[in-house]
Design a protein around this ligand. Structure first.
Ligand SMILES: C[S@@+](CC[C@H](N)C(=O)[O-])C[C@H]1O[C@@H](n2cnc3c(N)ncnc32)[C@H](O)[C@@H]1O
Length: 264
C-alpha cells in the first residue's frame, strides 16, 4: 500500500483507519472523470451517469464511430413501423442518435432497457425531446419484448453474468423478425495468451494517451473484476450460433473491441 493513499484522510489516526478500510475494499478509488469504484465493485449507479459519456468516450476506442456505424447499418433493417430495442442504453446516447438518424420515420418505436435506475433517469432526460423513444427500467433478460427488426447491444452483453448470457442471446434471436438484425459491440479477449497480452498493453497505452494515469487504469481494472467478463471473438460467435444465428460478420474491430452484425 502506498503512502500516497493517506491523502484521503485528515489525521494520522484517520489515515490508518482509512487504509484499513481500503484494504477491505470499502473505499472507492478514482478511475477518471470523477468516478470512483471499489475493488470488484464497478457500478453504473450513483453519480456515474453524470460523466459517463465523457468516461466511455475516453475508455472505449472508436466509441462514436461505432455509434455512427450502427446508425448506418440500421438503414438496412429499420422500416417505418419497426420496433427497435437497445439493451443497456445507459444515458440513451446511441438510442437518440438512432432515432434522429431515422427522424423521417416517426412510426418507429425506439425502446431502451437499462437495469440501473440512475441511468434510466439520465436517459429519460437525454431523450425527452424525441417522442418515439421509450426508456424502461428493465433487466433485458426478463423484459417482455415484442417482435423487433433491430436489437442493439453496445458493450452490454459483457456485463451480463456468464451463467445467464446464453439465455439472453436466445431471447434476442427469438424476438427478432425473420431478416432482422442484432448489432452487438463487445470487449473481446484475444485468441490466445500472447495476443491477449499485446491487446492489454496496447489498450493501456490508449488509456494513458487519453489522460488516465496508471493508478486510474489499475483501479478501473480492479473494479471490473467479476463485473465485466469479456468472451473471445470465438466465444461470442459460439453464443450467437447456439442462439440460432447463422449469418454473422464483424463490422468493426480495434484490438479487443469488436462490433458484430448478426442477421436472423
Ligand atoms: C457499457 S454500458 C452501455 C453503453 C451504451 N450502450 C452507450 O452506447 O453509451 C452498459 C449498460 O448496460 C446496463 N446493463 C447491464 N446489464 C443489463 C441487463 N441485463 N439489462 C439491461 N441493462 C443492462 C448497465 O446498467 C449499463 O448502463
Amino acid at each position: 500500500m502506498r503512502a500516497g493513499r493517506a491523502r484521503n484522510c485528515g489525521s494520522p489516526g484517520r489515515a490508518v483507519a482509512a487504509l484499513a478500510a481500503e484494504l477491505e475494499g470499502c473505499i472507492g478509488m478514482g478511475v477518471g472523470q470523477k468516478i470512483s469504484a471499489e475493488n470488484a465493485g464497478w457500478s453504473f449507479g450513483g453519480k456515474v451517469p453524470e460523466t459517463f459519456v465523457d468516461h466511455i468516450r475516453l475508455s472505449v476506442p472508436l466509441y462514436d464511430m461505432g455509434h455512427d456505424l450502427t446508425c448506418q447499418v440500421s438503414d438496412f433493417f429499420v422500416h417505418h413501423d419497426s420496433v427497435v430495442y437497445e439493451i443497456g442504453t445507459s444515458t440513451g446516447e446511441l438510442l437518440k442518435k438512432l432515432a434522429l438518424h431515422h427522424k423521417a420515420r416517426p412510426g418507429v418505436r425506439w425502446i431502451g432497457f437499462d437495469v440501473e435506475p440512475a441511468m434510466v433517469e439520465a436517459a429519460r432526460k437525454h431523450c425527452a425531446d424525441v417522442p418515439n423513444i421509450t426508456i424502461l427500467h428493465e433487466d433485458a433478460r426478463l423484459a417482455e419484448m415484442e417482435k423487433a427488426d433491430l436489437i442493439v447491444s453496445y458493450y452490454t452483453m459483457q456485463f451480463v453474468p456468464p451463467r445467464h448470457r446464453q439465455e439472453l442471446f436466445d431471447r434476442i434471436y427469438e424476438t427478432l423478425n425473420w431478416g432482422g438484425a442484432f448489432v452487438m459491440f463487445e470487449k473481446v479477449r484475444g485468441p490466445d495468451a500472447r495476443f491477449q497480452d499485446i491487446f492489454t498493453q496496447l489498450y493501456n497505452d490508449f488509456k494513458l494517451r487519453n489522460g488516465f494515469n496508471g493508478e486510474e487504469i489499475v483501479e478501473k481494472a480492479r473494479s471490473l473484476k467479476g463485473v465485466l467478463e469479456p468472451f473471445s471473438t470465438r466465444g461470442n460467435l459460439d453464443l450467437l450460433a447456439r442462439a440460432g444465428f447463422e449469418d454473422v460478420t464483424t463490422i468493426q474491430k480495434y484490438l479487443c473491441f469488436e462490433g458484430f452484425l448478426a442477421i436472423k
